[in-house]
Design a protein around this ligand. Structure first.
Ligand code: UD1
Ligand code: UDP
Length: 390
């Protein structure tokens, strides 16, 4: 009995809290890694469901069954809704479980509010993907402030790169609390790429899935420009500009397919409706589709020539796949791939977006130079490094 008690006492209760699609993708490999050691860790997965459908797509691909689901998403929610609902939901979950550590990820309102709730219970917080900065609290908004706030609340900081570690050191965080691990997104990416690279049947399934989603040219010879967008600071004019640029490009390049899996945020869809509502897709090369599950999305990234996005996660994944990324933002907290030359900031100016995409489509030499595969964000072993530190 005493022996059993000793074992139980040495098992650490690790609670992981996440709620949006990108957090789920980046925390999934960590859940899987922790679950390999049941004699060391009791893993408690809490999803806030800040996203619903887009979160469930990820849970299903990685076969994760949460222990708690706060199910808080409301259509058209604002930041007050999410913050208050995460805090209230976490109060009960934390008091029922008393974890030894709470792990949160990145920069969403789920992660900052969950970190704050753990702080209220005096439970140490481990921040995965810590130390990314633009030092402009309105860009990305509210993510930059979320990151800085979470750094103030966290005890352990899992920084993806040396640069992110330096940011934390400059803010006075002690060296022995910061661990450079690489980004878990590369662990997730490798997991899915390895799945479809070695499995022809699965590849066929993905192609069928893409075709059902509304895109049947993936096997063809045509070039693909893949587009995503959802940043709050681009709502309004930013998105209208992005859509105008896509419209212009689709007419300029009738032999190129432009495919846009649309984020479910109504602000994103309204802009698309406004610009494309009445246009005739004369060349049949514009594809607006529903959000794709991760496997199909990564497959499509692999098949694309250019990625046009304002996403954080895609900026990290695409360089690993050797795909040039044009980032439709004015700032980025991920300068590593820009320095390496595969990612370029283009803002939301119509002319600039059209020019940059045109250069990549027209100039083979330029394209070759910018599309070299690099891995500034990780080697696929970030999760095992995090476990070592736990
Ligand atoms: C959130 C994060 C952002 C992250 C992004 C990833 C905050 C403040 N924002 O932004 O940092 O980059 O997720 O995608 O934490 N919706 C659905 N179903 C879904 C998901 C969203 O219908 O599965 C719709 C709902 O109407 C919801 C709205 O989108 O109210 C906005 O969702 P929310 O999580 O508040 O903001 P995002 O723009 O998704
Ligand atoms: N993604 C996906 N399906 C899609 C679009 C994106 O699975 O239709 C993945 C993408 O590969 C990346 C993550 O979602 O891992 C990025 O999410 P998002 O752009 O919503 O958020 P961000 O990374 O900007 O916070």
């Amino acid at each position: 009995m005493g022996f059993l008690n000793n074992i139980l006492m040495t098992i650490k209760k690790v609670m992981l809290v996440f709620g949006t699609r990108p957090e789920a993708i980046k925390m999934a490999p960590l859940v899987k890694e922790l679950e390999k050691y049941p004699n060391k860790y009791k893993v408690i997965v809490v999803v806030t469901a800040q996203h619903r459908e887009m979160l469930d797509q990820v849970l299903s691909i990685f076969n994760i069954k949460p222990d708690y689901d706060l199910d808080l998403m409301k259509k058209g929610q604002d930041l007050y809704d999410v913050t208050s609902r995460v805090l209230l939901g976490m109060r009960e979950v934390l008091s029922k479980n008393s974890p030894d550590i709470v792990l949160v990820h990145g920069d969403t309102t789920t992660s900052t509010a969950a970190a704050l709730s753990a702080f209220y219970e005096q439970i140490p917080v481990g921040h995965v993907e810590a130390g990314l900065r633009t030092y402009n609290i309105y860009s990305p908004w509210p993510e930059e402030a979320n990151r800085q706030l979470t750094s103030r609340l966290a005890t352990y900081h899992f920084a993806p790169t040396e640069l992110s570690k330096d940011n934390l050191l400059k803010e006075g965080i002690s060296n022995d609390k910061i661990f450079v691990t690489g980004n878990t997104v590369i662990d997730a990416l490798n997991m899915v790429v390895n799945k479809f690279k070695n499995d022809i049947e699965l590849e066929e399934k993905i192609i069928t899935n893409l075709s059902k989603a509304g895109f049947c040219n993936v096997r063809g010879e045509r070039k693909i420009v893949l587009i995503t967008g959802h940043r709050r600071e681009n709502f309004g004019n930013g998105f209208i500009n992005i859509c105008e640029a896509i419209k212009e490009l689709s007419v300029k390049y009738p032999n190129v397919d432009f495919i846009y899996p649309m984020h479910l945020n109504p602000n994103v869809r309204n802009a698309i409706r406004k610009v494309f509502g009445n246009i005739n897709n004369i060349f049949g090369n514009l594809f607006f589709i529903e959000p794709l599950e991760y496997l199909s999305f990564v497959y499509l990234m692999e098949k694309s020539s250019i990625i046009l996005t304002d996403s954080g996660g895609i900026q990290e994944e695409a360089p690993s796949l050797g795909k040039p990324v044009l980032v439709m933002r004015d700032t980025t907290e991920r300068p590593e791939a820009i320095e390496a030359g595969t990612v370029k900031l283009v803002g939301t100016n119509v002319k600039q977006i059209v020019n940059e995409v045109s250069m990549l489509l027209d100039d083979e030499e330029y394209y070759k130079n910018i599309s070299k595969a690099i891995n500034p964000y990780g080697d696929g072993f970030a999760c095992s490094r995090i476990l070592k530190r736990l």
